[in-house]
Design a protein around this ligand. Structure first.
Ligand code: ADP
Ligand code: ZN
Length: 433
């Protein structure tokens, strides 16, 4: 079985990757300058011309693009080629406000499928595999992205899309799906549903899962791996830059390799915009080196994470990103303290809870209220008030130790929090600020 989809690129020496990036960057900057008046104006305001960008070390001279720019330029303002050359659009799920639209030429789609194919092969996929894609199909990039990758690899693709859990389970078991692609929260839900129907991990034909589109913790990974009897791989992407497959995990499970031949990455200080040294936590910024229709330069993702170029045991040479800690705008400020939902999830999972929880924030008399509502597992569920009180206290102490602030804990019955088929809704902020 092939270990890589494109070994010569995925394992290329660093100097070769760098040379390739330098050349593509020069070309891409010129393409944008000539075809995107919106970005050209931003460059002019900063006093930069394409002549100033001769290699990736000049990247910092270019202006940033943000989600606000994408909204200002909606719908066609950042399009860099004639509409007749475009074959598709996708749109963000709008987790954080108005949707944005990204355009693709056929070459853009092919490049993206190639990236997703690398992810599937890294998860042990090959032509003999049955790949069930339970990410939503449609405007969301999840379904289409993995679908393209699965076709490139030559798997038997089962495009179930999201939802209809009974049907998911029927296809999964009847067609003996070996690879499952969906959001981690849906994977956890499917696992729970299979367990309820009496399936043990060894009855489930799956060997691997490719889960992404939302943050998930190592603890959640272990949980899903156990319930489904699989190895679970992370995959990262965003609509603005293409979709899932911008970065993917290899068997080492030590961070996700970013497809550096197509995407140039930096981490910056979100407050000052300064480029940070490798290994320092900051906001991820991407420059797409190949995209023709919607080539974003220095796009600020608001995802907070760290990068490493330490050699990886899998042999791939592309830079790795750690699991994003959440978005800089996902970060909650509760009673003045910065809180990432991922920190809360880690504490919950360490205390034996499944990832079915909600964080509810409100404001009473100018003070923030902070409630963590979490489902007990069936084994924990009991009528013994003393036992529940003890659990509540243990959780409250651990959360306080992790976050520095106290939360009100509500332990609720199993299955009482609504499940999501796509990205989970974990934060309910009722403060009108
Ligand atoms: P929206 O911004 O509306 O959610 P997208 O569907 O394009 O639009 O989502 C992209 C975002 O999803 C990323 O910027 C990131 O915050 C999140 N994301 C995607 N994959 C992962 C992952 N593997 N881990 C954590 N977050 C992820
Ligand atoms: Zn690796």
């Amino acid at each position: 079985m092939a270990k890589y989809f494109q070994e010569e690129i995925e394992c290329a020496p660093r100097e070769r990757i760098r040379a390739m990036q330098d050349e593509k960057l020069r070309k891409q900057v010129r393409h944008v300058w000539e075809n995107v008046p919106y970005y050209r104006k931003k460059m002019e305001e900063k006093g930069v011309t394409p002549e100033d960008i001769s290699s990736t070390s000049d990247l910092h001279k270019l202006p940033f693009l943000s989600k606000a720019d994408l909204r200002n330029a909606y719908p066609y303002g950042l399009l860099a080629c004639p509409l007749k050359d475009c074959v598709r659009i996708h749109s963000t799920s709008g987790t954080t406000g108005k949707r944005v639209i990204a355009f693709y030429t056929q070459a853009d789609i092919d490049m993206w499928s190639e990236c997703a194919a690398r992810a599937i092969v890294a998860a042990g996929g090959g032509p003999e595999d049955v790949c069930q894609i339970s990410y939503g199909y449609g405007l969301f990039t999840g379904g289409a992205g993995l679908d393209g990758g699965s076709h490139k690899v030559g798997c038997l693709t089962v495009p179930t899309s999201s939802g209809n859990t009974d049907r998911q389970i029927m296809f999964l078991m009847d067609l003996k799906a070996t690879i499952l692609c969906c959001t981690p929260s849906y994977a956890a839900y499917l696992g729970e549903s299979l367990k309820e129907r009496g399936y043990k991990p060894e009855d489930i034909p799956l060997k691997a899962g490719i889960f992404g589109a939302e943050p998930w913790s190592e603890e959640m990974r272990r949980d899903i791996e156990q319930t489904l009897g699989i190895k679970a791989y992370d995959i990262y992407g965003l609509t603005e830059i293409s979709g899932p497959g911008v970065a993917f995990e290899c068997s080492a499970q030590q961070g996700m390799h970013i497809n550096e031949d197509h995407f140039l990455v930096e981490t910056i200080d979100p407050d000052t915009g300064e480029t940070l040294p490798e290994g320092t936590q900051g906001e991820l910024v991407f420059t797409s080196l190949d995209k023709a229709a919607f080539p974003l330069l220095r796009y600020r993702t608001r995802d907070i994470c760290t990068l490493t170029r330490e050699p990886c045991s899998c042999g791939r040479t592309h830079v790795r990103m750690a699991k994003p800690k959440g978005r800089s705008d996902d970060m909650l400020i509760i009673r003045g303290v910065n809180v990432f939902p991922s920190q809360i999830e880690t504490v919950l999972m360490n205390n034996g809870y499944a990832a079915n929880y909600q964080i509810i924030i409100g404001r009473v008399n100018n003070t923030d209220t902070f409630e963590v509502k979490v489902e007990m597992t069936p084994d924990m569920f009991t009528d013994n008030v003393g036992e529940i009180d003890e659990r509540r206290k243990a959780l409250s102490d651990d959360l306080k130790a992790m976050l520095g602030i106290k939360a009100r804990i509500s332990l609720v019955a199993p299955k009482s929090i609504t499940r999501s088929e796509g990205k989970a809704v974990r934060v309910i902020d009722n403060r009108k600020l």
